[in-house]
Write a protein that binds this ligand. Structure first.
Ligand code: ADP
Length: 399
């Protein structure tokens, strides 16, 4: 079975075509600057790059170029589009209506429309990709895989905010959580690696990348997570503030005369480690700057480390017994120094990182000492594969 996975951003589209017989990526690509001058598609097949530079005014046009690239005689990997058995789409927000990956129905589309209020940039872009596939591949089933779905198992005590309950009832203000596809993948993979049933697995899944979130997984299900109503809550991120006293926001809005849209922009795009350091949102740049003595870059790293520790420790207490603390995402998989600094301080609870074993990037490894009370692991995430697997399962079930 061949499955195309599509992840649409507001002006971009990433895709991967999987051969599910061996779960291999046949080809992957990226379309940039959709609707903006200079649109282009870059497709990678092994070491070869195929580039199409054409005006693409919307996602429908972008998807049609993706199809052209997939069947291109010289650079493509399939002979005709009928070889695609299904398309899996990444969706950001399914709110309370969507608890698992779903074949597209009117109900699913309604939920996507409804929760656009909390994901105004992402849900409409995701939907455009879906509509383009429905139009251009009318006989191929589409599946939606949601970032929020995995977290729908959270209990009220972790998803409710400390505000008047009417705002939850009337407006849906609560924690929804994100990165669910990654946390779900990490949960499945860790269960497999530790030889445990998913239902018996308790882990702390730390997805640390440009966007970062930590999830407490209890009995294989999301129990608590650091992102909230939107992906702005929780850890300090590349350009997002993460947790902040809400009074600081209203104070700034009032005293600096900042409107709600501008404030949202500041908190999402001009804050985080970029805002604190004034250097970069990329941790490699920050580590390099801090090493050269840049004080603000060091503050940014220290805030990040402190918050990750705070969430890990808090979540461990919430779920009681923990099999593993698992690092994933660009930083979690690659930054040996960040992992060591985050775990420093846990020795007093018998949780010890092994400095030699920690000297790894990506893959799947245990990096704690043999006598550590809780395993510390590095597991590379693969959200696209998770989407392809869910898509295959749903399509096969529907046959
Ligand atoms: P996204 O959230 O966009 O998917 P990633 O998970 O790919 O992002 O993470 C990207 C981040 O990972 C980069 O911004 C960078 O800070 C960090 N990163 C990647 N490689 C390294 C490395 N070798 N050392 C430290 N940080 C790294």
């Amino acid at each position: 079975m061949k499955i195309l996975v599509i992840n649409c951003g507001s002006s971009s589209l990433k895709y991967q075509l999987f051969d599910m017989d061996n779960e291999e990526v046949m080809v992957k690509g990226l379309v940039e600057r959709i609707g903006i001058e200079g649109s282009r598609l870059i497709q990678e097949k092994g070491d070869d790059e195929y580039i199409i530079k054409e005006a693409m005014k919307d996602h429908t046009e972008a998807v049609s170029y993706v199809f052209d690239a997939l069947v291109d005689e010289e650079n493509g990997v399939i002979k005709n589009l009928e070889e695609i058995d299904a398309v899996g789409h990444r969706f950001v927000h399914g709110g309370e209506k969507i608890t698992k990956s779903s074949l597209i129905t009117d109900e699913v589309k309604e939920a996507i429309e409804e929760y656009t209020k909390f994901a105004p940039l992402h849900n409409p872009a995701n939907l455009m990709g879906l509509k383009a596939c429905e139009k251009l591949l009318p006989n191929v089933p589409n599946v939606a895989v949601f970032d929020t779905a995995f977290h729908q198992t959270m209990p009220a005590k972790t998803y409710l905010y400390g505000i008047d309950y009417k705002y939850y009832e009337e407006d849906g203000i609560r924690k929804y959580g994100f990165h669910g596809t990654s946390h779900n993948f990490i949960t499945n993979k860790t269960a497999e690696l530790l030889g445990k049933e998913k239902e018996d697995l308790n882990i702390i899944s730390a997805h640390l990348g440009n966007g970062s979130s930590i999830t407490a997984v209890k009995n294989g299900k999301s129990f608590d997570t650091s992102m909230g109503l939107t992906p702005l809550e929780g850890l300090i991120m590349g350009t997002r503030s993460g947790d902040i006293d809400p009074a600081a926001i209203t104070y700034l809005m009032e005293n600096k005369n900042i409107g709600p849209k501008d404030m949202e922009n500041i908190l999402n795009k001009e804050s985080g480690v970029l805002g604190v350091s004034g250097v970069s949102s990329d941790f490699r740049d920050l580590e390099a700057a801090a090493e050269k003595g840049n004080e603000r870059a060091q503050y940014a790293l220290d805030i990040f480390i402190t918050r990750v520790k705070r969430y890990i420790a808090g979540y461990m207490a919430e779920i009681g017994s923990v099999d593993a603390i698992v690092f994933t995402g660009g930083i979690g998989e690659n930054s040996i120094g960040m992992r060591a600094d985050i775990m420093d301080g846990f020795q007093q609870f018998g949780i010890k990182i092994d400095q030699d074993k920690n000297n790894v990037r990506g893959g799947a490894h245990v990096i704690s000492t043999d006598d550590s009370k809780v395993k510390i692991m590095v597991v590379a995430t693969n959200e696209e594969l998770m989407i392809a697997r869910d898509t295959q399962a749903l399509v096969e079930l529907d046959k």
